[in-house]
Design a binder for this molecule. Structure first.
Ligand code: ADP
Ligand code: MG
Length: 268
């Protein structure tokens, strides 16, 4: 028997309820049930897509997997270690293995910092990386996303939306992570630029053996890059499978709605 490999990421029965401000003096405060028991795995070197409509709980999954928020219950394991049980110091060290790319390439880059500082920022949390080495590694990371060393001393406003998202990807790459969680990474970009950024992410996956947890409201985006797709609806995974399986044999009505949107889009 071959031993089963520990998954890179294992999410089990993840629940997140948000308490809202109390409307009445008596009685329990109302809650938003953002996630209601979500389970999935990402094997090393593979990529999983999470697709669902706005408000379905996608960003909540991303925040819990990045340890930016705590679950109401359930577990997130990175290479078998319970993420939400790590101490602050352990978490800081663990962070080199998983990085995040956000949707908004404007808001997620500090406009007052140079590209060199922005891209090197995840190294700050790791001990003993000199300024000189930070700069060298930032230059390498920029090269990997198709930007130039001369871009190091520029500021975010000097770049287009697609280039800014390349800078955000360079920042995520700099610690050589095993997993990149990308929450709507191309949603703010023009359609033509979306394909370029997705192709870059695909190249990087092959080059560095990165896994993505790719989150999008757009089924076409996740099927471009992912081996497996999970469809979330109201805080639950209602369907999952390879892109081929979903395209050929969608069972859930919501998946069919998503498919309808893809098949009607120009270019399909
Ligand atoms: P998505 O990313 O799929 O659009 P989210 O994960 O952002 O969805 O949100 C899921 C649900 O949880 C939504 O109903 C949203 O309003 C709610 N929600 C998210 N964050 C909070 C919060 N901090 N407080 C209260 N409700 C929240
Ligand atoms: Mg979201």
């Amino acid at each position: 028997m071959t031993p089963t490999k520990t998954p890179l990421l294992q999410v089990t029965d993840l629940v997140r309820h948000y308490a809202l401000p109390r409307e009445k003096l008596l009685g329990p405060p109302p809650t938003v049930k953002a996630l209601n028991g979500v389970s999935f795995e990402v094997q090393a070197g593979r990529s999983v897509g999470i697709v669902g409509e706005s408000g379905s709980g996608k960003s909540t999954i991303a925040r819990l997997v990045m340890a930016l928020d705590k679950p109401t219950s359930g577990s997130v394991k990175l290479e078998g270690r319970e993420l939400h049980a790590l101490s602050k110091d352990e978490l800081r060290t663990a962070r080199r293995d998983f990085q995040m790319v956000f949707q908004d390439p404007y808001g997620s880059l500090d406009p007052r910092q140079t590209v060199a500082r922005i891209v090197a920022e995840p190294l700050e949390a790791l001990a003993q990386v000199s300024r000189k080495e930070q700069r060298e590694r930032a230059a390498e990371s920029l090269a990997a996303v198709g930007l130039r060393p001369t871009d190091l001393d520029k500021y975010p406003h000097e770049f287009s939306g697609g280039q800014r998202q390349r800078i955000a990807i360079a920042r995520a790459l700099i610690t050589r992570p095993k997993l990149i969680v990308a929450d709507e990474p191309v949603s703010a970009l023009d359609v033509s630029v979306q394909a370029q950024v997705l192709n870059l992410m695909q190249d990087l996956q092959q080059q560095f053996g990165i896994s993505y947890l790719l989150i999008s409201h757009d089924l076409a985006v996740v099927t471009h890059l992912c081996d497996e797709v999970c469809v979330v609806f109201k805080g639950q995974i209602v369907e999952r499978g390879t892109p081929q399986k979903l395209f050929a044999n969608a069972q859930h009505p919501y998946t069919r709605t998503l498919l309808g949107a893809v098949l009607q889009a120009p270019g399909h």
